[in-house]
Design a binder for this molecule. Structure first.
Ligand SMILES: Cc1cc2nc3c(=O)[nH]c(=O)nc-3n(C[C@H](O)[C@H](O)[C@H](O)COP(=O)(O)O)c2cc1C
Length: 256
């Protein structure tokens, strides 16, 4: 049954045997009909630009504090250009972006995660500093190449140092890349599991960048429109969840 929710419009059906109607929403489920089915497919749409609703929405949505984790320490890594792309993308949308680069932070392998110290005051100061940044973030973006069909060890290593509760009940968005044609999609699938374990809510829209060395310049500029479209979709989800979860955390706290 069609629900009445805010700004919506119709889209083309991917199935040519199905006609998509833009008339008011009545979905005819019809194995009995001899005519092709008419199906109302609805998608969320933002209010028209410059409308009062758009202005209210913009005013109600201050910039977010987003932490971006990079996942490579390799000499000649592509991670930096992907990180730059993500940073520019989010900054254009008025968000504050902090990049956590495992190469700069130089934490090495996980020797003792912060939450495994019997006396946390004995943990290195840097771990406390990063933990505070994680706790203060409204959301996360993780940037990973695909190494042997999975996420990179450098990304797991940096994130494993901190307790799931620090990441807890915040949204996470996945950005993967590879020099091949699949864009690190297998790493992305693994990341969904990993990010759930950290009690983040991962976004279904992801940025997956094939042939990263051609798709992005060293400065992080995209060479195709398709990347821009995927990025827009991911950002909108991240923003929606970040605001919704922040409100809920601030109002009702998190489960104990
Ligand atoms: C150890 C290692 C394993 C890799 N495994 C894969 C893989 O399974 N699938 C793939 O598409 N690319 C794979 N690649 C290629 C990387 O995706 C590509 O080199 C990418 O640029 C690596 O990211 P980085 O440059 O930021 O380190 C691998 C690269 C390395 C170094």
């Amino acid at each position: 049954m069609a629900r009445n929710v805010g700004y919506r419009n119709t889209v083309e059906s991917p199935d040519p045997s199905v006609q998509v109607s833009s008339s008011p929403a009545i979905a005819i489920s019809s194995t009995l009909c001899h005519r092709p089915q008419t199906v109302q497919i609805q998608v969320e749409q933002e209010p028209p630009q410059n409308s009062p609703a758009a202005a209210t929405m913009a005013a109600a949505r201050p910039g977010l504090n987003i932490l971006v984790f990079l996942g490579s320490v390799r000499e000649g890594r592509m991670a930096l250009r992907v990180g730059r792309y993500v940073q520019q993308l989010l900054e254009k949308r008025q968000h504050k972006v902090t990049i956590l680069d495992p190469k700069e932070l130089n934490l090495g392998e996980v020797e003792q995660p912060l939450h495994f110290y019997k006396d946390p005051s004995l943990a290195p100061v840097i771990l406390h500093q990063i933990n505070k940044q994680i706790q203060e973030a409204d959301g996360f973006v993780v940037v990973s190449a695909e190494y042997n069909s999975g996420m990179t060890p450098a990304l797991a290593s940096i994130m494993d140092n901190f307790p799931p509760v620090s990441y807890g009940y915040r949204p996470s968005a996945i950005v993967t890349y590879s020099m091949g044609q699949f864009g690190g999609i297998r790493a992305a699938m693994q990341l969904r599991q990993f990010l759930s374990e950290l009690t983040t809510v991962h976004m279904s829209s992801m940025i997956v960048i094939p042939k990263v060395h051609e798709s992005l310049s060293e400065e992080g500029s995209a060479t195709s429109d398709s990347l821009a479209r995927a990025s827009e979709a991911m950002c909108k989800q991240l923003e929606w969840y970040a605001h919704a979860l922040k409100t809920e955390r601030n109002t009702n706290g998190i489960p104990k």
